[in-house]
Ligand binder design. Structure first.
Ligand SMILES: [Zn+2]
Length: 136
């Protein structure tokens, strides 16, 4: 696990919060693109479930967005999703369904205003909180 804070562009936070609000009452989801220097971009994907308490990144969107990122020289650093009525803490469902070790998981919790934001890394079956700073 990295010790230094992850750098996340301010625009990423704004885009994720906007998507989370538009997706209410369901969860939104998408990919976090960037490089070793940080997370520079959030791209939306459809949520393939209408269950309001989980998200499933639409597989076709996942493949297409991943390919576009690679073509632009960016990598998929991780994923984001929202919690419409709770805090930005990974749920039991999130833990059961997370499948990408080493990836970042950004959660936006809309239970509070301003929204709660939590960044985690998934490793060895668990989420570990990652400190982050927003950069321009
Ligand atoms: Zn969740």
């Amino acid at each position: 696990m990295k010790e230094e804070a992850e750098k996340v562009r301010r625009g990423v936070i704004a885009a994720v919060v906007r998507h989370a609000r538009e997706a209410l009452p369901t969860e939104c989801c998408g990919l976090l693109l960037g490089d070793e220097g940080g997370v520079g971009e959030a791209v939306r994907t459809r949520n393939a479930t209408d269950d309001p308490s989980r998200f499933v990144i639409d597989p076709a969107d996942h493949i297409a967005r991943r390919r576009e990122a690679r073509d632009r020289g960016l990598s998929v650093r991780g994923f984001y999703h929202s919690h419409p009525r709770s805090a930005a803490v990974p749920s039991a469902t999130d833990r059961e369904e997370a499948a990408y070790p080493g990836h970042l998981y950004l959660i936006v919790g809309l239970a509070s205003d301003p929204p709660d934001l939590g960044l985690y890394q998934f490793d060895a079956g668990n989420f570990h909180q990652v400190p982050f700073v927003t950069v321009d």
